[in-house]
Design a protein around this ligand. Structure first.
Ligand SMILES: Cc1cc2nc3c(=O)[nH]c(=O)nc-3n(C[C@H](O)[C@H](O)[C@H](O)COP(=O)(O)O)c2cc1C
Ligand code: SF4
Length: 649
C-alpha cells in the first residue's frame, strides 16, 4: 500500500463491498448526459468512465429518476424501469467497475412533477424547488407513500443492473431535505414538528430501500450538516439528525448549505472560501462521539494530501471531491507519482456549473478537454504531423497554456513577454486574498513553463519583423487593454486603472469611487472595502457583476451588500470625471459624488491592432490568435483557445 497516503488510499469494506481507497467522486452530472434520452448516452458513459479512471474508490453518478420528476429541462432523467433503458445503466455501472471503482447512483430527492397539476410538489406550501422562486405545494401523505415505494423500486432496479451503492440526497434544501428543516417544514402531521417527525420520511425511504435491496447495497446519506441560515438547523441539530439516520444507512456525508443564492457558495465552495472549508463539519460529527458510521467530508478539496491529512487526523473517513477532479482528473495519480506540483488547480470559478446549467456543453476553465470525452481524441491527431519552431507572444494565461501544450506535443517553443513578469491579466490575484485559487493557477502555469525547456524572453517587446524567417508558427496572445470611456475626464490623469490599483492600496485614499460594476470593478470594490475604505460603484446597468458565473456573481454581490463600506450607484451613466469627483446621470438627474480616488473599471478591450500586426506584417506561415486579444473574456476561453491552437499546430 502507498505509504505517503496510507490513510486516503487505504482500502475499506462497507456493507461487504470493497472500496479500494477513501476518495469518492462527488456527484456531478453533466446535463448533456441525457439530452432528453431516458438512459445514459455515450457522453455520460465516457464522462463517468473518466471519473473512474481518476483512481477514486467510488464514482457517484446522478441522473436516475424514480418518479416523474418535475422536468426543469436541466437534469437527467434516466429511466430505471424499462428493459432497453436499463441496459444503458448496466453499461454505466460496468464501465465504472472496469477501472476498479464502485458504482454508485445518487437518488436526488427531487419530487414528482406530474402527479398533480400546478407547481412542483415540495415538503410544505411555498417552498423552493431547487433555485426556483418559492412556489412548492405540500406533498400529501398518499404522495409520500407513492414516493417511498417508487424510490425503493428504483434502488432494486439499480442493484439489478450492477450498482453497488445509493447516495440519498437529503441535503441542500432540495425537496426531501426540506422535511428535515424547520426552515421549510411547516407541516402539522406526523412528518412535521418534532425532530423525529421531520426525519420520518427519510427513515421510511431508507428502510423501504433497504428491504427492496435485501440490505446488500451501500447506503450513504448526503445531508447538510448545517444549513447556516438562522431559521434552518445548525450543526448541533445536524448531529441529532445524523444520529437518527445512521441507524438506517452505512455512511453519513456531511455537506452543508442550501441551493439558494446566498448559501450555494458554502455547498460549492467558491473563491471566498478557503480550501476544504466544510471539513470542520465532518470533524464535528466524528468528534461528537455520537456518530458510529463512517463520515464523508465534501467541498473544496484541493489535493490528495489534504484528504490524507484529514483522514489521518480522524476528521473524516472518506472525502468526496467533484471539481478538483474536473480541473485535473489525474490529481490522485500525479500525487502518488510524487508530482503533486503538476496538478492543475481548480480556480473555484463555477464555470462548470454554469455551463452545465445554461444549455452549454460541460466546460472547465482550466481543463479544456472536459466535456469533450467522446470526441477529444478525434479532434486532433495523436501526434503533430511535423514538429515546428513556435513563437508564443504574451505570457498571460493563454500564452502560457499555449506554450506548455505546444511543448508537450514536441514542438520547440519560444515565449516572448513584454513585462518583467509572467501571468498577464492574472497578476493582480497575488494582492487579493479571495483570489487565492486564481493566484495558485497563475503560479502553477509559471512553474510549468519554468519546468520545461521553453525559451522565455522577458522584458521583450518583440516586433513582427523580429520573427521573420525564424519560426514556423506564431501564437498571438497579447491580451487586452482598458476601455477608455468617451466621457469628459475619463483618463489616467483623473483616475487609476483598476488593475493598477492592486499593490498600491496604501496610496489610494479612504473614499473611493469606481466607475464600472463588472467583475473587475466589483472585485476591486470588495478588496478595498474589506480593507476598510469607503467604496462606491457607478454602474450603468441595474445589476452588478454580470459576467461572472452565477454562483460567483451571487457571492460577490452578497459580500458587497453585506459590507457596510460599500455603496452601489446603479442605473447611473457617468458624465464627467474629475480628480476628486464624478458626475453621473441617474433617473434623469445629474448628481456628483466626491472621492479621494477615482478608479476606472469600464472593462477591457482586445489589443486588436497589435494582434493584427503579427498576422499581417510577419513572415511566419502559420498563425493563431488566442485569449483576450480575440475578445476580453475569462480564463475559460483563454485556456480553451490556447489549447486548441497548440493542438492544431
Ligand atoms: C457542475 C456541478 C454539478 C453538480 N451536480 C450535482 C448533482 O447532480 N447532485 C448533487 O448532489 N450535487 C451536485 N453537485 C455538487 C457536488 O457533488 C459537490 O457537492 C460540490 O461541488 C462540492 O464539492 P467540490 O468542492 O469538490 O466540487 C454539482 C456540482 C457541480 C460543480
Ligand atoms: S470550471 Fe472552475 S470551478 Fe469548475 S472545475 Fe473548472 S476550475 Fe474548478
Amino acid at each position: 500500500m502507498n505509504k505517503q497516503f496510507s490513510h486516503a488510499l487505504s482500502p475499506i469494506r462497507v456493507n461487504r463491498k470493497f472500496y479500494k481507497n477513501r476518495i469518492c467522486v462527488a456527484p456531478i452530472t453533466p446535463h448533456s448526459s441525457s439530452n432528453g434520452e431516458l438512459y445514459p448516452n455515450e457522453a455520460a458513459l465516457e464522462y463517468f468512465e473518466s471519473r473512474a479512471r481518476t483512481g477514486a474508490g467510488m464514482v457517484w453518478c446522478a441522473g436516475a429518476k424514480f418518479v416523474d420528476v418535475f422536468d426543469d429541462g436541466e437534469h437527467c432523467t434516466w429511466d430505471t424501469e424499462t428493459f432497453n433503458h436499463k441496459n444503458g445503466l448496466n453499461m454505466l455501472a460496468e464501465r465504472i467497475h472496469a477501472h476498479g471503482a464502485l458504482a454508485g447512483m445518487e437518488a436526488h430527492g427531487l419530487t414528482p412533477g406530474s402527479w398533480r397539476q400546478g407547481p412542483p410538489i415540495t415538503c410544505s406550501d411555498g417552498n423552493r424547488f431547487m433555485q426556483s422562486p418559492p412556489i412548492g405545494q405540500e406533498m400529501t401523505k398518499e404522495e409520500i407513500k407513492r414516493y417511498v415505494e417508487a424510490e425503493a423500486k428504483m434502488c432494486a432496479n439499480l442493484q439489478e443492473v450492477g450498482f453497488d451503492a445509493i447516495l440519498f440526497h437529503f441535503g441542500h434544501q432540495i425537496p426531501i431535505a426540506q422535511f428535515l428543516s424547520p426552515l421549510s417544514n411547516h407541516r402539522t402531521d406526523e412528518y412535521g414538528g418534532s425532530l423525529e417527525n421531520r426525519c420520518r420520511i427519510c427513515v421510511e425511504i431508507l428502510d423501504a430501500c433497504r428491504e427492496a435491496t435485501h440490505g446488500r447495497m451501500i447506503f450513504e446519506v448526503r445531508m447538510s450538516a448545517t444549513e447556516f441560515s438562522e431559521d434552518g438547523y445548525d450543526v448541533e441539530e445536524g448531529i441529532r439528525i445524523a444520529e437518527i439516520l445512521q441507524e438506517h444507512c452505512d455512511i453519513i456525508q456531511a455537506s452543508c448549505g442550501q441551493v439558494t443564492e446566498k448559501y450555494m457558495t458554502w455547498t460549492h465552495p467558491c473563491q471566498h472560501m478557503e480550501d476544504h472549508p466544510n471539513l470542520w463539519l465532518a470533524e464535528k460529527f466524528k468528534k461528537s462521539g455520537k456518530i458510529h458510521v463512517p463520515v464523508t467530508a465534501v467541498g473544496g478539496l484541493e489535493s490528495l494530501q489534504a484528504a490524507e491529512d484529514a483522514i489521518a487526523a480522524g476528521k473524516c473517513d472518506f472525502f468526496a471531491v467533484a471539481r478538483q477532479l474536473i480541473a485535473d482528473p489525474k490529481m490522485i495519480k500525479k500525487a502518488i507519482d510524487g508530482k503533486a506540483d503538476d496538478v492543475t488547480p481548480c480556480i473555484k470559478c463555477m464555470r462548470c456549473h454554469d455551463s452545465d446549467c445554461y444549455a452549454h456543453i460541460f466546460r472547465c476553465a482550466v481543463n479544456p478537454t472536459i466535456g469533450y470525452e467522446t470526441c477529444a481524441e478525434k479532434m486532433f491527431p495523436a501526434q503533430p504531423e511535423r514538429l515546428k519552431n513556435v513563437a508564443v507572444i504574451g505570457g498571460g494565461p493563454a500564452g502560457m497554456k499555449a506554450a506548455i501544450t505546444a511543448f508537450d506535443r514536441g514542438h520547440k517553443v519560444t515565449l516572448f513577454e513584454a513585462k518583467d513578469y509572467l501571468g498577464g491579466a492574472l497578476d493582480f490575484s497575488k494582492y487579493v486574498e479571495f483570489k487565492y485559487a486564481l493566484c495558485r493557477y497563475k503560479d502553477f502555469l509559471i512553474k510549468q513553463i519554468r519546468k520545461r525547456d521553453i525559451v522565455v524572453h522577458m522584458n521583450t517587446e518583440v516586433k513582427p519583423a523580429d520573427l521573420n524567417g525564424k519560426f514556423d508558427a506564431v501564437i498571438i496572445a497579447v491580451g487586452a487593454e482598458p476601455v477608455m470611456l468617451p466621457v469628459e475626464g475619463y483618463d489616467v490623469s483623473n483616475g487609476i486603472i483598476a488593475t493598477s490599483a492592486y499593490g498600491h492600496e496604501g496610496e489610494i485614499g479612504d473614499n473611493i469611487v469606481i466607475i464600472g460594476g463588472g467583475q473587475v470593478g466589483c472585485e476591486t470594490a470588495l478588496h478595498l472595502a474589506d480593507m476598510g475604505k469607503k467604496v462606491s460603484i457607478i454602474e450603468m446597468q441595474s445589476g452588478l457583476c454580470p459576467e461572472a458565473s452565477k454562483t460567483c456573481a451571487d457571492e460577490i454581490r452578497i459580500c458587497l451588500e453585506e459590507n457596510e463600506n460599500f455603496t452601489p450607484i446603479l442605473g447611473a451613466a457617468c458624465k464627467k470625471v474629475e480628480k476628486h469627483a464624478v458626475t453621473y446621470t441617474q433617473d434623469g438627474q445629474d448628481k456628483t459624488v466626491e472621492a479621494d480616488t477615482v478608479i476606472l473599471a469600464a472593462g477591457m478591450k482586445p489589443k486588436s491592432a497589435l494582434a493584427d500586426s503579427f498576422i499581417m506584417d510577419c513572415d511566419v506561415p502559420e498563425w493563431y490568435v488566442v485569449g483576450d486579444c480575440v475578445n476580453a473574456r475569462t480564463v475559460e476561453q483563454a485556456t480553451a483557445e490556447a489549447y486548441n491552437a497548440a493542438m492544431e499546430l
